[in-house]
Write a protein that binds this ligand. Structure first.
Ligand code: NDP
Length: 487
């Protein structure tokens, strides 16, 4: 069987590179190469900028409602092709079909639909100043760049392109080298829906292609999703031409389970927030603080449900609810954290090993892992692992657990489980995190802004405010009276 080779998507169509460089993409559940992709060389990079300039001129001249109609057609196509796109995400990422079928494409389409609806409603302001007045216009930034992580490839491409395009910008998107196909399919859908050539371009490659985007002076903004360390490099590089930035970075989020919580619900949240997408979710609650009065009950239920209800295997099997990690390298990294947890004195409640399920024996699986007897200074409690590794800690006092939860340079998300409504809100208001859930975990509707405090990010995605992050305000002063001039 011939293995397909995908080209970069520039100016509304596929474009061959000139240096012939390609990279291979592997299915994490089988360890097999599934396709190749051409790298965006200098020829492609120059073409992407030219194409985006032309696309921007056409797209920004449309009215918001005209842009909205086109984007809504893309939303319809995304939903119609849900299964085809979900399968691509399963093969690229190793996540279970069960998830991709109802989350990845749907939540991507939701966000484009949301911003398509908002765009025509974005208004400026006007104010009288004596007899004169001024008014403001919300104008697009120009060419924006999106750089994505590998855990939700299509969803990230939608979350970045939805507001960028709705506001009238052109976008050059670079997916992760691990998962490049979803963005290409989105480009085809935008083109079919009537988005003009050059408005959404996809460039492929690893860090050096990302670096080029962050350096290029023609690009007005970079919206980045990835690790904290890479995010810092992106911000430093973007500073060279004072680009606007949105940074969606990593986390080490706490879940606080008080002794008046519904324990089964809290266990559900802890499992969702550590084992969904085999633990590769930025908002995961990897530090679970449980009140000592319910600790025993909590860990007993957690252990039995983890050992009985998680089914690892071929991610395309609809019964499977736990997939393979993105790469062998990442599997090794996650295992090295597990080794450190053991070496530093944490106790394995369950998991702690690689898996080789019968239906996917060559996949990069790590068993759902729970550590107990953890302390705040352990590496597994301090660093983002980005795999299915949960640390459970015990607390007694409300103020003390808030202090411990906040004792990190990260601040992406947090959760509180308590049936006491006053306590739940009081505690949540003191948590240093951009996204907080009360008696819930992980839901992220298009309407709700998401992003990090501290080193977990800059700016927000989704929600009304994000449209402002893709526009700039022009103030126009109108003189109605004669100019008073001393000259
Ligand atoms: P990385 O930071 O490794 O990579 C993210 C993207 O940046 C990839 O496309 C990568 O290319 C590219 N890149 C790498 N180096 C550079 C550079 N110097 N300049 C510009 N671009 C560069 O993150 P991962 O892909 O490993 O994703 C996992 C991380 O993403 C986790 O930390 C997770 O928490 C975070 N994340 C945050 C989310 C949020 O919304 N807050 C959501 C999802 C994930 P390539 O991969 O091709 O090398």
């Amino acid at each position: 069987m011939t293995i397909p080779v995908y080209q970069n998507f520039i100016n509304g169509k596929f474009l061959a590179n000139q240096n012939g460089a390609t990279f291979a993409v592997t299915n994490p559940a089988t360890d097999e190469v599934i396709y190749h992709v051409e790298v965006a060389d200098k020829f492609i990079q120059d073409a992407a900028i030219q194409s985006a300039k032309q696309g921007f001129a056409v797209w920004s001249a449309l009215t918001p409602i005209e842009r909205s109609r086109i984007l809504l057609k893309a939303v319809t196509l995304l939903r119609e092709r849900n299964d085809e796109l979900a399968k691509i995400e399963v093969l690229d990422t190793g996540k279970p079909w069960q998830e991709a079928e109802c989350v990845d494409v749907q939540t991507g389409a939701d966000v484009i639909e949301y911003f398509a609806g908002l765009a025509p409603a974005q208004v400026g302001q006007q104010q009288m100043v004596a007899e004169d007045f001024y008014y403001t216009r919300k104008e697009p930034l120009g060419i924006c760049a999106g750089i994505g992580a590998w855990n939700y490839p299509l969803q990230i491409a939608c979350w970045k392109s939805g507001p960028a395009l709705a506001a009238g910008n052109a976008l050059i998107f670079k997916p992760s080298e691990e998962t490049p196909l979803g963005a290409i399919k989105l480009a085809e859908i935008y083109t079919e829906a009537g988005v003009p050539a050059g408005v959404f371009n996809v460039v492929q490659g690893a860090a050096e292609v990302g670096q080029w985007l962050t350096h290029n002076p023609d690009i007005a903004k970079v919206s980045f999703t990835g690790e904290v360390g890479t995010g810092k490099k992106v911000v430093a590089s973007a500073a060279g031409s004072l680009k606007d930035v949105t940074m969606e970075l990593g986390g080490k989020s706490p879940l606080l389970v008080f002794d008046d919580a519904d324990v089964s619900q809290a266990v559900s949240a802890a499992m969702l927030g550590n084992f969904y997408t085999q633990g590769e979710v930025c908002t995961n609650c990897t530090r679970i603080y449980v009140h000592k009065n319910i600790y025993q009950q909590f860990i007993e239920e957690l252990k039995s449900r983890t050992e009985q209800n998680i089914i690892a295997g071929d991610p395309l099997d609809p019964q499977v609810n736990f997939g393979a990690l993105i790469s062998k390298k990442h599997q090794d990294l996650v295992m090295s954290y597990i080794d450190k947890g053991i070496a530093q004195g944490a106790t394995l409640l369950t998991g702690g090993k690689t898996l080789s399920p019968e239906s996917a024996p060559n996949g990069y699986f790590v068993a759902p892992t729970v550590f107990i007897d953890c302390t705040d200074d352990m590496t597994i409690v301090k660093e983002e692992i980005f795999g299915p590794v949960m640390s459970v800690l015990v607390f007694e006092d409300e103020d003390d657990v808030i202090r411990r939860a906040n004792d990190t340079h990260l601040g992406l998300a947090a959760g509180v489980f308590s049936q006491d409504i006053k306590r739940a809100h009081r505690v949540t208001h003191k948590l240093q995190a951009g996204i907080c859930w009360i008696n819930s975990y992980g839901n992220s509707p298009a309407e709700m802004p998401v992003g990090g405090y501290k080193q977990s990010g800059i700016g927000r995605e989704n929600g009304i405010e994000t449209l402002d992050h893709y526009t700039q305000t022009k103030s126009i002063y109108v003189g109605m009276s004669n100019i008073e001039s001393p000259f």
